[in-house]
Write a protein that binds this ligand. Structure first.
Ligand SMILES: [Zn+2]
Length: 120
């Protein structure tokens, strides 16, 4: 015996679930093409060829460096970490600072490796 039968004798249908109106999706999955394109076009500093630090050691700058252009500063001023470091005007240049940091790291690795051999 169910409660429904007791109430009116008729078997009532179970109450219909309240129909919820479909909410329009606010988010679209696809990314606007414009955004993707602009992202790609954003200049990520000029890409340096792999191994641009080649030749860099404690006394010499990169092989690719020339009197008219240093690979680190990108200008005609050598940015070799051991040659007096960077000029102040480069300190605010993130690209130069990045390359300078890489150069220093490169030198540090060299020094570490050289040190191992020189231990005797
Ligand atoms: Zn240089």
């Amino acid at each position: 015996m169910s409660d429904i039968e007791l109430m009116g004798g008729d078997i009532q249908e179970a109450p219909k679930p309240v129909e919820t109106p479909r909410v329009k999706r606010k988010y679209t999955r696809r990314k606007p093409k414009i955004e993707a394109a602009s992202k790609r076009r954003k200049p990520r500093e000029e890409p340096l060829p792999a191994g641009w630090l080649q030749g860099l050691n404690s006394i010499n700058c990169c092989v690719a460096c020339g009197p008219e252009k240093c690979m680190i500063t990108g200008e005609n001023v050598c940015g070799h970490p051991n040659k007096g470091g960077l000029q102040t005007k480069y300190m605010s240049d993130k690209a130069v600072m990045g390359r300078f940091g890489e150069a220093r790291l490169h030198l540090a690795h060299q020094e570490a490796e050289g040190g191992k051999g020189r231990k005797f």
